[in-house]
Design a protein around this ligand. Sequence first.
Ligand code: ADP
Ligand code: DAR
Length: 368
Amino acid sequence: MSFDQQLARIAELAPAHPQNIALQSFDPAYFDGLDRDLQTRLMACINSGVENPDSEMGCYACQPSDYDDLRPFFAQALAAYHKVGLDARHVNDWSLDGVDGLPESGALDLAALGLPALSMRVRVGRNLADFPLPGAMTQADRVALENRMMAAFNILISNDDYGGSYHSLTPGNPNEITADQYQALVNEHVMFKDMSADTYLLAAGIAGDWPHGRGCYVSADRSFIIWVGEEDHLRIMCMEKGTVLNRVFDRLKTALDVVATIDGLSFAMSADYGVVTSCPTNMGTGMRASVHIPLPGLTADGTDAQAKAIAKPLGLSVRGVGGEHTPIGADGTVDISPSARFCITEAQIIAALYNGLALLKAEEDKLA
Ligand code: ADP
Ligand code: DAR
């Protein structure tokens, strides 16, 4: 499709899809002023939102420098989604010191809220600075990135705190797993879903060459996981069942510090926007902190509609038990996480999860 045809399609779609931030942030006059290379890059970034007009964000960066090189567009998109100013600047900070609304002890203990042990997970997206982002990678790029990570995993394997094994989806990889082994890891919430089934990721190029260059590292105790080749080059996460959120939060920070020191792993960062991620929804921290919590009252009709209506004003997102775009559990279990990722610190996110759960539980208890 020529640029003129794409411009005509965007002009036709935008009025009918006001929720699609990419379509609303696209300025034809700005586009016309760009050189051919930047015009091509911008069209690549918004292709997912053009192909999927029902998108909410509708765009993904394809190069680590896209947020800076196409700033007028991405500043608009980030401002619209994260409800911040066009001149917003992000600061990263994992320290809970000075964060408002925390218990005096500093322990974010769900038991103090009257909640039982829940499955807790904190994940961050990271991208290696010397590769294109997943949307613009060739198959060779994807396999080269996986091979670099496999060398890094050899270092983690020898670390008592993170020792484990790498499971590859790449045909012919020495660590290649079978389809049944893959499905078992997905069911265990350790491995990510089949990306080629996601129309948004397919249109963004992020699901390209599936399943080449994809896999996951998991520690022997299943509490430390690194995805390779999903929506970002890496998704680094800690997960365990318990009540003290600090455990997964602090362990992830420690793990990140270990991973960041491994040769060849330099993460893409923006001076103004913090951690660079494929999707603008994850920019800044790349962090999603979640718990799986049964809400039988707020899901009494078998859907997440009421839970979402209550959670949204509390700054919380609701996902299904299989993650994004999946249904809630049969017992009403849902995935709850703070919506904010950008212009909020990592410490404020985990605190927002804790305080948000207190408010959400109060709403659920009214229906008990
Ligand atoms: P992401 O969290 O990386 O944005 P998803 O929302 O799709 O991606 O979740 C990815 C996987 O992680 C899914 O299998 C989901 O069930 C699992 N998951 C997310 N949060 C938790 C949690 N608190 N406990 C257990 N599994 C979780
Ligand atoms: N369907 C995409 C999802 C954006 C947020 N989720 C991510 N990045 N996994 C949209 O633009 O709505």
